[in-house]
Design a protein around this ligand. Structure first.
Ligand code: F6P
Length: 318
């Protein structure tokens, strides 16, 4: 393998830059050059790429976001878009592509693989919603950012005896809410895996308020409720003032944690090594502290049972 491309796709995640650096360093180690594809799959279609040298990736591991920029390319979702991407790769004599992104992005890599392109996938998403791997790059940093925000909300919530609904990201995965509630002493939590209805949220809040606990944080995963309706329901039912905080993009930015940087380095090197060995169609990940590979085809077939963590939370909340 002489030349490989690397791209980041979907939502950016802290630690993506460390993964890009690891890919460039490892490729250099094995005598291959690297093309940085700009703006995700759209850049692949448009031929937006440039050589990524060792000096280009110096001092980037500590930076959030992605130096390659990213996109959610609608064109790439169509056959014609993917064929253009394959043509670009052939024209630029790129032998293989490393894709860093979430599940949709890695599924895109699988499509390229089916079209005869050599690919390796690296899980990069704050959502941690790919159960084939215990962690995706970015999750740990975002969890710490969410914790920081919840801590601040709790400071002022206590001082004013206020109830606050805090909406965190995660798409359809409750990990950010679950672990920020565990680590941040969230009082009530609702996630896609364990969704509470308005009535139950009110009931739990009422119990806490009647026991004298007037500052409460309700942590919920995005996309589950109409937030103004939830706030109004609680206010009317319990006759209390409620504030809603949507943490939003603050969660996606910021300097990556040590954990995410180390993970990114390990996964970046492994992805390049697979391609050097002539393997294609694999996603790299981490299971029980070991670096593993999984067929891109089957990444959505794994599942992790978080029941124990939910039970633990249950015990600690009440
Ligand atoms: O997948 C990462 C993520 O931040 C999700 O948590 C969130 O639902 C989504 O991306 C937001 O996407 P966009 O950047 O398109 O608003």
């Amino acid at each position: 393998m002489k030349k490989l491309g690397v791209l980041t796709s979907g939502g950016d995640a802290p630690g993506m830059n460390a993964a890009i650096r690891a890919v460039v360093k490892a490729a250099h180690h094995y005598g291959a050059e690297v093309m940085g594809i700009q703006g995700g799959y759209q850049g692949l279609i448009d031929g937006a790429m440039y050589p990524l040298t060792l000096s280009d990736v110096e001092n980037i591991s500590n930076k959030g976001g992605t130096i390659l920029q990213t996109s959610r390319s609608l064109e790439f979702m169509e056959d014609t878009g993917r064929m253009s991407a394959v043509r670009t790769l052939r024209e630029c004599e790129i032998d293989a592509v490393v894709v860093i992104g979430g599940e949709g992005s890695l599924k895109g890599a699988q499509k390229l693989h089916q079209l005869g392109v050599k690919v390796a996938g690296i899980p990069g998403t704050i959502d941690n919603d790919m159960p084939y791997t215990d962690y995706s790059i970015g999750f740990d940093t975002t969890l710490n950012t969410v914790l920081d925000c919840i801590g601040k909300i709790k400071d002022t919530g206590f001082s004013h005896s206020k109830t606050t609904i805090v909406e965190v990201m995660g798409r359809y995965c409750g990990d950010l809410a679950l672990y920020s509630a565990l680590a941040g002493e969230g009082e009530i939590i609702s996630t896609p895996e364990r969704k509470l209805d308005f009535e139950t949220i009110c009931h739990q809040l009422h119990e806490r308020i009647s026991s004298g606990k007037k500052d409460n944080v309700v942590i919920i995963t995005e996309r589950m409720y109409d937030l103004p309706s939830l706030q109004q329901y609680i206010e009317e039912k319990l006759q209390i003032e409620v504030r809603t905080m949507i943490l939003g993009f603050i969660q996606r930015g910021g300097d990556p944690s040590a954990f995410d940087r180390v993970l990114a380095n390990k996964l970046g090197v492994k992805a390049v090594e697979l391609l050097i060995q002539g393997q294609s169609g694999q996603a790299v990940g981490m299971k029980e502290n070991k670096i593993i590979c999984k067929d891109l085809e089957t990444i959505d077939q794994a599942s992790i049972n978080k029941q124990d963590d939910y039970q633990l939370l249950e015990m600690l909340l009440h």
